[in-house]
Design a protein around this ligand. Sequence first.
Ligand code: SF4
Ligand code: MG
Length: 334
Amino acid sequence: EDTVLDVRHLKTSFFSKKTELPVVDDVSFSVKKGETLAIVGESGSGKSMTSLSIMRLVPSPNGKIVGGEVFFNGKDLVQQNDKTMYKVRGNDISMIFQEPMTSLNPVYTIGEQIREQLIYHQKISKREAHQIGIEMLQTVGFSRANDIMKDYPHRLSGGMRQRVMIAMALSNNPKLLIADEPTTALDVTVQAQILDLMRKLSKEYDSAIILITHDLGVVAELAERVVVMYGGQVVEEASIEDIFDDPLHPYTEGLLNSIPKIEGTQERLDSIPGTVPTPDNLPVGCNFVTRCPYAMEICKQEEPTLIDKDSSRKVRCYLHEEGVKNHGQQHRSS
Ligand code: SF4
Ligand code: MG
């Protein structure tokens, strides 16, 4: 089959004293070979915790996966031991994070780090690893790759470090690349270059990508399908075209309205009022009810379920449930 990753009813919680706080709450989605899927939401919506759960990197001892499955290559990653997961990470699944300085070790040269990773995962000689490392650095656009191999991370700019991370992430030819806010720390011009590079490389290597971001502008550049998260839940899933042309969930609509309208500026127009509720402070009913301009009586009482709108769209909102909509609108106008 074409499915690379299949996440089913994933649930991750944090435990404090005797309370269980859900941070990922019944999340399901799948990613196909060569596809770029974006997971979108403000910070605190559960998107990073979803990716950490997939990688089995949920901060312990407080965080724990409490339910669901993560099928990758036919294996449920939730059930694998730490040793297997260590091999999966960086080999079958690679990650790129927001600030590459924290993923690169400051006391080793770029070359030492690239070689070490290649030798560990591919069991090749140091000489071969060096050669592949140079080729990878050239692939991500370094013309003086030989010099970069001898440099320490702090000698490079943020954009250069992120390109090194992409080279490292792709060097083992992973089936899946998880990129968590890969361009957030970079300025606009460098952002565009990195996105361009990721687009080119995902085609070339046929890697599936999960792109995690708060920025729908980045999503538009790179993704084919979008999962929107809020309060630890999936609230909408759709193709990139449907998300931009006809967003169904009020939260998606709010995110779209807060994209800077003028190219190259950081000006935010109508950002959504209020903030994402913390897991210990989720409202009764719909998680978005405290910020939703369309909130109805029923939204405060019962949690809406994620329904299939059609074969390629899902949404969690009473406005899109048959029967409830009319009822709700009567309520609003009365
Ligand atoms: Fe808004 Fe109600 Fe839909 Fe939640 S269910 S997003 S509160 S309209
Ligand atoms: Mg995050």
